[in-house]
Design a protein around this ligand. Structure first.
Ligand code: MG
Ligand code: ZN
Length: 239
Protein backbone atom coordinates (compact mmCIF):
# COMPACT_ATOMS: atom_id res chain seq x y z
CA UNK A 1 0.00 0.00 0.00
CA UNK A 2 2.70 2.42 1.00
CA UNK A 3 4.76 1.98 -2.15
CA UNK A 4 1.67 2.22 -4.32
CA UNK A 5 0.73 5.49 -2.60
CA UNK A 6 4.25 6.75 -3.24
CA UNK A 7 4.07 5.91 -6.93
CA UNK A 8 0.62 7.43 -7.18
CA UNK A 9 1.78 10.63 -5.42
CA UNK A 10 4.50 10.97 -8.04
CA UNK A 11 1.81 10.67 -10.72
CA UNK A 12 -0.41 13.32 -9.13
CA UNK A 13 2.37 15.89 -9.25
CA UNK A 14 2.45 15.44 -13.00
CA UNK A 15 -1.29 15.08 -13.47
CA UNK A 16 -3.67 16.80 -11.00
CA UNK A 17 -6.80 15.22 -12.58
CA UNK A 18 -5.67 11.92 -11.13
CA UNK A 19 -6.30 13.05 -7.58
CA UNK A 20 -9.95 11.92 -7.41
CA UNK A 21 -9.07 8.46 -8.68
CA UNK A 22 -6.25 8.31 -6.15
CA UNK A 23 -8.54 9.05 -3.19
CA UNK A 24 -10.66 6.06 -4.25
CA UNK A 25 -7.63 3.77 -4.54
CA UNK A 26 -6.29 4.91 -1.17
CA UNK A 27 -9.64 4.17 0.45
CA UNK A 28 -9.68 0.67 -1.04
CA UNK A 29 -6.14 0.02 0.13
CA UNK A 30 -6.68 1.30 3.67
CA UNK A 31 -9.80 -0.86 3.99
CA UNK A 32 -7.76 -3.80 2.73
CA UNK A 33 -4.95 -3.06 5.20
CA UNK A 34 -7.35 -2.98 8.13
CA UNK A 35 -8.81 -6.34 7.12
CA UNK A 36 -5.32 -7.79 6.60
CA UNK A 37 -4.43 -6.68 10.13
CA UNK A 38 -7.44 -8.60 11.48
CA UNK A 39 -6.31 -11.74 9.64
CA UNK A 40 -2.75 -11.35 10.95
CA UNK A 41 -4.13 -10.94 14.51
CA UNK A 42 -6.04 -14.20 14.06
CA UNK A 43 -2.82 -15.95 13.03
CA UNK A 44 -0.94 -14.32 15.91
CA UNK A 45 -3.57 -15.41 18.43
CA UNK A 46 -2.90 -19.02 17.38
CA UNK A 47 0.88 -18.53 17.08
CA UNK A 48 0.80 -19.30 13.37
CA UNK A 49 3.39 -17.81 11.02
CA UNK A 50 1.97 -16.96 7.60
CA UNK A 51 3.91 -16.71 4.35
CA UNK A 52 2.56 -15.04 1.20
CA UNK A 53 3.94 -16.70 -1.96
CA UNK A 54 4.05 -14.52 -5.06
CA UNK A 55 5.33 -15.00 -8.61
CA UNK A 56 4.33 -15.19 -12.26
CA UNK A 57 2.13 -18.16 -13.25
CA UNK A 58 3.97 -21.44 -13.62
CA UNK A 59 7.10 -20.55 -11.69
CA UNK A 60 6.72 -23.49 -9.31
CA UNK A 61 4.99 -22.27 -6.14
CA UNK A 62 2.69 -25.29 -5.85
CA UNK A 63 5.50 -27.74 -6.68
CA UNK A 64 7.64 -26.14 -3.97
CA UNK A 65 4.79 -26.61 -1.47
CA UNK A 66 4.43 -30.25 -2.51
CA UNK A 67 8.15 -30.74 -1.95
CA UNK A 68 8.02 -29.04 1.46
CA UNK A 69 5.47 -31.56 2.77
CA UNK A 70 7.97 -34.27 3.66
CA UNK A 71 10.78 -31.98 4.82
CA UNK A 72 9.33 -28.98 6.66
CA UNK A 73 9.36 -29.67 10.41
CA UNK A 74 6.02 -27.87 10.89
CA UNK A 75 2.43 -28.82 10.23
CA UNK A 76 1.03 -26.36 7.73
CA UNK A 77 -2.09 -25.32 5.88
CA UNK A 78 -2.37 -23.70 2.47
CA UNK A 79 -4.76 -21.06 1.15
CA UNK A 80 -4.69 -21.22 -2.64
CA UNK A 81 -5.58 -18.35 -4.94
CA UNK A 82 -6.29 -18.96 -8.60
CA UNK A 83 -8.44 -17.33 -11.27
CA UNK A 84 -10.24 -20.62 -11.99
CA UNK A 85 -10.09 -24.32 -11.00
CA UNK A 86 -9.18 -26.00 -7.72
CA UNK A 87 -6.31 -27.96 -9.20
CA UNK A 88 -3.58 -26.53 -6.97
CA UNK A 89 -5.58 -27.06 -3.77
CA UNK A 90 -6.22 -30.66 -4.87
CA UNK A 91 -2.51 -31.22 -5.50
CA UNK A 92 -1.78 -30.06 -1.94
CA UNK A 93 -4.65 -32.07 -0.46
CA UNK A 94 -3.37 -35.18 -2.26
CA UNK A 95 -0.24 -34.76 -0.19
CA UNK A 96 -2.31 -34.92 3.00
CA UNK A 97 -2.16 -31.19 3.70
CA UNK A 98 -5.15 -29.00 4.53
CA UNK A 99 -5.84 -26.55 1.72
CA UNK A 100 -8.58 -24.17 0.72
CA UNK A 101 -9.10 -22.88 -2.81
CA UNK A 102 -10.10 -19.29 -3.44
CA UNK A 103 -11.25 -18.73 -6.99
CA UNK A 104 -10.82 -15.10 -7.80
CA UNK A 105 -12.62 -15.16 -11.16
CA UNK A 106 -11.39 -12.02 -12.90
CA UNK A 107 -9.32 -10.62 -10.04
CA UNK A 108 -5.64 -11.11 -10.82
CA UNK A 109 -4.52 -10.95 -7.18
CA UNK A 110 -5.73 -11.95 -3.74
CA UNK A 111 -6.81 -9.28 -1.31
CA UNK A 112 -7.55 -9.51 2.40
CA UNK A 113 -11.30 -9.66 1.77
CA UNK A 114 -10.87 -12.84 -0.28
CA UNK A 115 -8.48 -14.45 2.20
CA UNK A 116 -11.01 -13.73 4.93
CA UNK A 117 -13.33 -16.27 3.30
CA UNK A 118 -10.85 -19.02 4.07
CA UNK A 119 -10.35 -18.00 7.71
CA UNK A 120 -13.46 -19.66 9.22
CA UNK A 121 -12.31 -22.96 7.69
CA UNK A 122 -8.64 -22.66 8.60
CA UNK A 123 -7.38 -25.40 11.00
CA UNK A 124 -5.89 -22.92 13.50
CA UNK A 125 -5.36 -25.48 16.24
CA UNK A 126 -3.73 -28.10 14.03
CA UNK A 127 -1.01 -26.17 12.22
CA UNK A 128 1.97 -23.97 13.03
CA UNK A 129 2.57 -22.39 9.65
CA UNK A 130 0.29 -21.08 6.89
CA UNK A 131 1.07 -20.45 3.27
CA UNK A 132 -1.01 -18.23 1.03
CA UNK A 133 -0.29 -19.06 -2.60
CA UNK A 134 -1.21 -15.87 -4.39
CA UNK A 135 -2.52 -15.64 -7.95
CA UNK A 136 0.32 -15.87 -10.48
CA UNK A 137 1.14 -12.24 -11.25
CA UNK A 138 4.18 -10.10 -10.49
CA UNK A 139 2.29 -6.79 -10.48
CA UNK A 140 -0.70 -6.14 -8.23
CA UNK A 141 -0.33 -8.87 -5.56
CA UNK A 142 2.55 -6.71 -4.27
CA UNK A 143 0.12 -3.90 -3.40
CA UNK A 144 -2.37 -5.98 -1.41
CA UNK A 145 -1.59 -6.99 2.15
CA UNK A 146 -3.28 -10.36 2.69
CA UNK A 147 -2.49 -10.75 6.38
CA UNK A 148 0.75 -12.72 6.04
CA UNK A 149 3.91 -12.07 8.08
CA UNK A 150 6.51 -12.68 5.38
CA UNK A 151 6.65 -12.53 1.59
CA UNK A 152 8.28 -15.17 -0.60
CA UNK A 153 8.84 -14.05 -4.19
CA UNK A 154 9.58 -16.67 -6.84
CA UNK A 155 11.07 -16.08 -10.28
CA UNK A 156 11.89 -18.94 -12.65
CA UNK A 157 14.97 -19.19 -14.86
CA UNK A 158 12.97 -19.30 -18.15
CA UNK A 159 11.32 -15.97 -17.26
CA UNK A 160 14.70 -14.22 -17.41
CA UNK A 161 16.70 -12.30 -14.80
CA UNK A 162 15.34 -8.99 -16.14
CA UNK A 163 12.02 -9.65 -14.38
CA UNK A 164 13.52 -8.37 -11.13
CA UNK A 165 14.22 -4.91 -12.56
CA UNK A 166 10.91 -4.87 -14.44
CA UNK A 167 8.80 -5.52 -11.35
CA UNK A 168 10.55 -3.50 -8.62
CA UNK A 169 7.45 -3.05 -6.44
CA UNK A 170 7.18 -6.82 -6.05
CA UNK A 171 10.85 -7.40 -5.33
CA UNK A 172 11.00 -4.55 -2.81
CA UNK A 173 8.43 -6.50 -0.80
CA UNK A 174 10.39 -9.77 -0.90
CA UNK A 175 11.69 -11.26 2.34
CA UNK A 176 13.26 -14.03 0.26
CA UNK A 177 13.78 -14.37 -3.50
CA UNK A 178 13.61 -17.93 -4.80
CA UNK A 179 14.96 -18.59 -8.29
CA UNK A 180 13.21 -21.76 -9.49
CA UNK A 181 13.93 -24.19 -12.35
CA UNK A 182 17.63 -23.91 -11.59
CA UNK A 183 18.19 -27.00 -13.80
CA UNK A 184 17.41 -24.83 -16.84
CA UNK A 185 20.08 -22.24 -16.20
CA UNK A 186 22.39 -23.60 -18.92
CA UNK A 187 19.66 -23.25 -21.58
CA UNK A 188 18.65 -19.70 -20.73
CA UNK A 189 20.50 -16.43 -20.49
CA UNK A 190 19.82 -16.10 -16.78
CA UNK A 191 22.66 -14.49 -14.84
CA UNK A 192 22.37 -15.55 -11.20
CA UNK A 193 24.85 -12.90 -9.99
CA UNK A 194 23.06 -10.12 -11.83
CA UNK A 195 19.70 -11.34 -10.48
CA UNK A 196 21.08 -11.40 -6.93
CA UNK A 197 22.58 -7.92 -7.30
CA UNK A 198 19.36 -6.48 -8.68
CA UNK A 199 17.24 -8.12 -6.00
CA UNK A 200 19.50 -6.66 -3.29
CA UNK A 201 19.40 -3.21 -4.89
CA UNK A 202 15.64 -3.30 -4.32
CA UNK A 203 15.73 -5.07 -0.95
CA UNK A 204 19.15 -4.78 0.71
CA UNK A 205 20.43 -8.07 2.08
CA UNK A 206 17.50 -10.17 0.86
CA UNK A 207 18.34 -13.91 0.79
CA UNK A 208 18.40 -15.29 -2.74
CA UNK A 209 18.02 -19.06 -3.09
CA UNK A 210 18.50 -21.15 -6.22
CA UNK A 211 15.93 -23.97 -6.25
CA UNK A 212 15.75 -27.11 -8.35
CA UNK A 213 12.44 -28.80 -7.59
CA UNK A 214 13.49 -31.90 -9.54
CA UNK A 215 16.50 -32.71 -7.37
CA UNK A 216 15.45 -30.82 -4.25
CA UNK A 217 18.61 -28.70 -4.40
CA UNK A 218 17.98 -25.44 -2.54
CA UNK A 219 15.03 -26.79 -0.55
CA UNK A 220 17.05 -27.10 2.67
CA UNK A 221 18.04 -23.45 2.42
CA UNK A 222 14.39 -22.45 2.11
CA UNK A 223 13.48 -24.62 5.08
CA UNK A 224 16.24 -23.01 7.14
CA UNK A 225 14.89 -19.58 6.20
CA UNK A 226 11.33 -20.60 7.16
CA UNK A 227 12.61 -21.87 10.52
CA UNK A 228 14.46 -18.60 11.10
CA UNK A 229 11.38 -16.53 10.31
CA UNK A 230 9.21 -18.79 12.44
CA UNK A 231 11.55 -18.22 15.41
CA UNK A 232 11.66 -14.48 14.72
CA UNK A 233 7.87 -14.32 14.61
CA UNK A 234 7.44 -16.28 17.85
CA UNK A 235 9.96 -14.01 19.57
CA UNK A 236 8.05 -10.93 18.40
CA UNK A 237 4.83 -12.42 19.77
CA UNK A 238 6.39 -12.91 23.19
CA UNK A 239 7.24 -9.27 23.65
MG1 MG B 1 0.15 -22.85 -8.32
ZN1 ZN C 1 -4.59 -7.78 -9.69
Amino acid sequence: GEKMAEIINEDIKNNPQLSHKVTVIEKILSKNNAMAEEIREEFNKHKITCFNMMSSPGSGKTTTLENLVDKLPYKFGVIEGDLETSRDAERIRNKGIWSFQLQTGRACHLDAGMVKHAIPHFPFDEVEVAFIENVGNLVCPASYDVGAHYNMVFVSVPEGDDKIEKYPVMFRKADIVIITKADMVEYFDFDIDRATRNARKLKPGVPVVLLNNKTGEGLDEIIEWIKEKREEHLNLLQR
